[in-house]
Design a protein around this ligand. Sequence first.
Ligand code: HEM
Length: 495
Amino acid sequence: MPGPAIVTLALFLIIFCLLSKAFYNRTKNKNKNFPPGPKCLPIIGNLHIFDVKNPSKTFTQLSKKFGPVFSVQLGTQKMVILYGYDAVKDAFMNHAEELSERADIPIFTEASKGYGIVFSNGENWKVMRRFTISTLRDFGMGKKSIEDRINEECDSLVQIIKSYGGKPFENTTILNTAVANVIISILLGHRYDYGDPTILKLMSLINENFKLLGSPMVMLYNMYPKLIGWLPGSHRKILKNNSDVNDFIMEAFTKQKNRLDVNHQENFIDAFLIKQLEKNPESRRYFHNDNLITLVSNLIVAGLETTSTVLRWGLLLMMKYPDIQKNVQREINQIIGQRQPQIEDRKQMPYTDAVIHEIQRFGNIIPAIVPLATTQGVKFRGYFLPKGTHVIPLLGSVLKDKTYFEKPDEFYPEHFLNSQGHFVKNEAFLPFSAGKRRCTGEILAKTELFLFFTRLFQTFTIQAPPNTEVDITPVFGFTNTPMSHKICAVLRHND
Ligand code: HEM
C-alpha cells in the first residue's frame, strides 16, 4: 500500500474509534431498568434496521419481540416507543403531567426558537395554549359562526370542482386551498381565491416542508445538528421555507396592526394584538411578535395539511368503495336533501359519521406524534424513564390495534356501528392524540370534515378516471398521504 493511503486509512481508523468511543459514552445505558430494544451500531444506533419506506412495519416487528414498551436509538438519541392502545392510554391517563413536554428536536427547535405552541414548553406553552383554545372558541370553534364560514367555503369549493365538468383532475391544491381559507379566515380575517399566487406559494412552502421532514438529511441533522448544520441540504431548505412563511405572517399582521380597532376584534391576530397592548406582566412577557408569528404559523401548518389530507383520503376511499359512497349519499338524501348541511345533522347520520371516523382511522395520517420528553423520572410498567427521556406514542399502532378494531387493516365503517346501525364510539380512536398535548383544533377539524365531506357527496359522485385502478397504498412520511392520483367529480342528478 502506498504511504499516503496508509496515512489516510490510519486517520480514518483513529476518527472512527474516537467517534465510537464518544458515541458509547453518550449512549451507554446506566439505567438497568430502561425499556429493552435492539442492539445498536456505533454512530447510527438502530437506523439500519428501519424499513425506510414503511417504518411502522419495523415498529410492529420490534413490539412483537420486546412488548408494548420498548426503546430504539436513532443516532445518539434513545427513544421509548409506546405501542398499542393499552400502553398509550396508560401513559396519557396516569402520567399526563410528566408527558406534557415536547422533546428538543433540532429542526423544530431551530425553526420555532421555543416560541408558539407546538414546539414550546413550560409557561410559554401554557400561556399560548390557553390563549389559542379560548380565542379559537371566541372566533367560532364549535359555534354556528364557524359553520357559516365553512359552508361559504364549501360553496366556492363546489363551484371550482364543477368547473372540471366531470373530467379528471388532481385535487390536492384545491382541497388545500379550501381548508387553508377556513383557518386563515379565523386567523387573519380574509380568504383567497382558488389560484391566488399568495396562497399557492404559502401552501407549496408548507407542503414541501412536510415532505422534507422525512428526508435522510433532516434525520442526520436531528442526530448531529452541529456537524450537519453548515452543510447544504433539506434541513436548510426547511428553515428557509419556514422563514418565508413567517415573512408572510409578519406582512399580514403589520397591515392589521395599522388598522386595529380595539373595540372590534375581528380575528385571532386582532385578539393577540390587543393582548400586546395590555400592561400586565403576563402580556408583556409572552404576547410579543416572536410568539405571534410562530403561533400563527403553527396553527396554519397544523390545521392545513392534516385536515386536507383526511379529505383526500375520504375522496379516494369513496372512489375505491362505490357501494359505501352510495350508502353515504342515500343518508344525505334522507336527512339533508338539497339544503345546506349543518353540523346538527351529524347526530342523525350514523352511517356517514362512521365512514368519516373510519377514513381517519384507516388513513392514519399522523402515525407517530412529534416526540414528547419526560419532565421528571417516571416509573412506567416496571421500567424507569429518567427525566428528559424522549417518548413516542405511536398513534398508528393505536388506530390499528386489533384488540379494539375487528379488521384493523381493512376499510370497514362497521368499526363504528352497532348491529342496529347506530354510531358507536371506540375508545381507541385517537387520531388527535390524548393527554395535555392533544390537538387544540379537534373540534374545528371535525366540523370541517363533516361539512366538506357531506357537501361534496351531496353534489358529486366521485369516480376513478376511465381505465385507472384506484390504489390506496399510502406514501409514508411524517404524514401518511394518498399517492398522487386524479379523480372525476360527476354531478349527481338527485338519484
Ligand atoms: C384532521 C385534522 C387534524 C388532525 C388529525 C390533528 C392531529 C393532531 C395530533 C395527532 C397532534 C399531536 C398531539 C400530541 O403531540 O400529542 C396535534 C397537535 C396540534 N394540533 Fe392538530 N390535528 C388536526 C387539525 C388541527 C387543526 C384544524 C388545528 C388548528 C386550529 C390544529 C392545531 C393543533 C395544535 C396547535 C397542536 C399542538 C398542541 C400542543 O402542542 O399543545 N390541528 N394535532
